[in-house]
Design a binder for this molecule. Sequence first.
Ligand code: CA
Length: 224
Amino acid sequence: MRVLIVEDERKTASFVRKALLSEGFAVDVVHNGEDALALAAATPFDALVLDIMLPGRDGLSVLRALRESRNTTPVLLLSARGQVSERVEGLNAGADDYLAKPFALDELIARVRALGRRAHGPSHVVLKLADLTLDTITRKAQRGGQTIELAVREYRLLEFLMRSPGRLCGRMTILEKVWDYDFDPGTNMVDVYVRRLREKVDTNFEPKLIHTVRGMGYVMEIRS
Ligand code: CA
């Protein structure tokens, strides 16, 4: 997914950019509305993160100009004020979502990801690794033509692992992303769930896709 950040506050822009990069997004940053319109006209983006407070042409004006030029790229508006009137104005001007500052980075990432999904439609949300597929809209998993029943948490765990193929997913990261824990509950819950998931997606199939990295976590990839 390619995202354009439009924000004049360099610190905020850089902080959001780093967060999105670390989640695997391609990111461009501009610091004013004119540059945003020029770049958006020249480059297809999957989502725009657009601050309302910009020098010169403000975010709402940029948004209106985009929509007038029939650019339908999903837009997440950012505002320092978070006023209801501004939110309504933003949504009327064609914003897809709205986030008040200060915001949590996880929240921003989740919203940007949701916008990207919306933009691409269902054909782009099927994750695939070897013959395992996971449809992130219907939440159905299939392997070798067989449907795999997943409980909610198993689904979230599998989606998380499949979105980072080949990358080491530590237990703590998994707890954060799949269970929303920001502390270590000191149980082997992650291992228990990974074991269950393995029984479902790997036991009766080849090649094995979920691998243990001893003492660290798990990695999902095709190993021959
Ligand atoms: Ca700003």
